[in-house]
Design a binder for this molecule. Structure first.
Ligand code: TXA
Ligand code: MG
Length: 299
């Protein structure tokens, strides 16, 4: 079943049931080495399955319910399917904000594993309609909680190392995290991929994306941030006022809409204007870079 969160819509299933979890991987066409986040109605429920550190308690008090995922060691007797965790000794846990989502999780009485409800490598859905377009018959039902307020996925923070490490920028800013717990290491990206979901090719519209556009060609559609570039035709405005929160909330919708419109008009590329690299801009730019790195799917 799919359900709305404040970040994106998730495709949820009983995290303790191997078959249910396997069905998520199948519906998304997701590689099995990429672990899923477990969703809980509150911090107590989450920390019954994941071993919370003092830092974890501080962060949960400050940011839950909300767009922050904590990676912690699996707790003793943790019932979460090893498939959900891709065999890792750690568990990613989060408490989503919408009351409807938490009511569902309370009612479920068990952890719900939920990746974004898109096919693997594609744009994450931020409305119930997007989920149906993306997954159609592969999903039994969608709990519609309206458009997602945050619009980019949760921040993933690894608390299993010597220092907290940012694995994925998201809805809680690095600045807010550091104000709460001090320095956070930004994942170097070298060596092993610690968060396997962070592969370059992701969030792919069908058309190629060009970053940091300061001009726009006649065969390009424009993803605008602030005053649009002169000469732009097909344009999706992320935020006229250049407000990163508004832009984050509209980002995936914008990629969807602009991709479809550009194809309809026979344009060949999406030109994306630059967004400043701080606050929510970190998450926005991360998603845009992945969209740009993606090879357009044939057909
Ligand atoms: O906002 C969100 O987090 C949404 C909503 C539905 O909650 N979910 C989401 O799930 O974005 P997904 O599967 O698209 O992304 C989960 C990310 C992936 O990058 C995955 O590799 C990472 O979290 N992850 C999950 N478990 C992990 C673990 N034990 N260690 C490191 N990274 C983990
Ligand atoms: Mg995803």
């Amino acid at each position: 079943m799919a359900f709305g969160t404040e970040t994106v819509y998730g495709l949820g299933a009983d995290a303790t049931n191997d078959d249910a979890v396997a069905a998520i991987f199948a519906a998304k066409g997701r590689p099995r080495f990429n672990p899923l986040i477990c969703h809980y109605p509150d911090a107590d429920a989450a920390f019954a399955h994941a071993a919370a550190t003092q830092t974890a308690h501080r962060l949960s008090a400050a940011f839950w319910p909300g767009p922050l995922t904590l990676v912690l060691p699996r707790g003793p007797g943790c019932p979460v399917s090893l498939l959900a965790g891709a065999g890792l000794p750690t568990l990613a846990v989060r408490v989503p904000a919408p009351e409807a989502a938490r009511a569902l999780l309370r009612e479920a009485g068990r952890p719900v594993a939920a990746p974004s409800a898109n096919r693997s490598g594609r744009i994450s859905p931020t409305s119930a309609a997007d989920v149906l377009t993306e997954l159609g018959g592969a999903v039994a039902a969608v709990v519609d909680s309206g458009p997602c307020k945050v619009g980019v996925e949760s921040t993933v923070l690894d608390l299993t190392g010597a220092r907290p490490a940012l694995l994925r920028p998201g809805g809680v800013t690095l600045e807010a995290l550091e104000a709460a717990i001090g320095p956070v290491a930004r994942d170097a990206g070298g060596g092993a991929i610690r968060s396997p979901g962070q592969l370059a090719s992701h969030y792919a519209p069908s058309l190629p994306v060009r970053l940091h556009a300061v001009s726009v060609a006649p065969d390009e559609a424009l993803l605008a941030f602030g005053p649009p570039l002169p000469g732009a035709g097909a344009t999706f405005q992320l935020s006229e006022a250049a407000d990163p929160a508004e832009a984050a909330a509209r980002l995936f919708r914008g990629l969807h809409v602009l991709d479809a419109e550009a194809r309809r008009l026979g344009l060949v590329r999406i030109a994306a204007m630059a967004v400043p690299e701080h606050g929510l801009g970190l998450a926005i730019n991360d998603r845009l870079r992945r969209a740009a790195a993606a090879r357009p799917a044939p057909g």
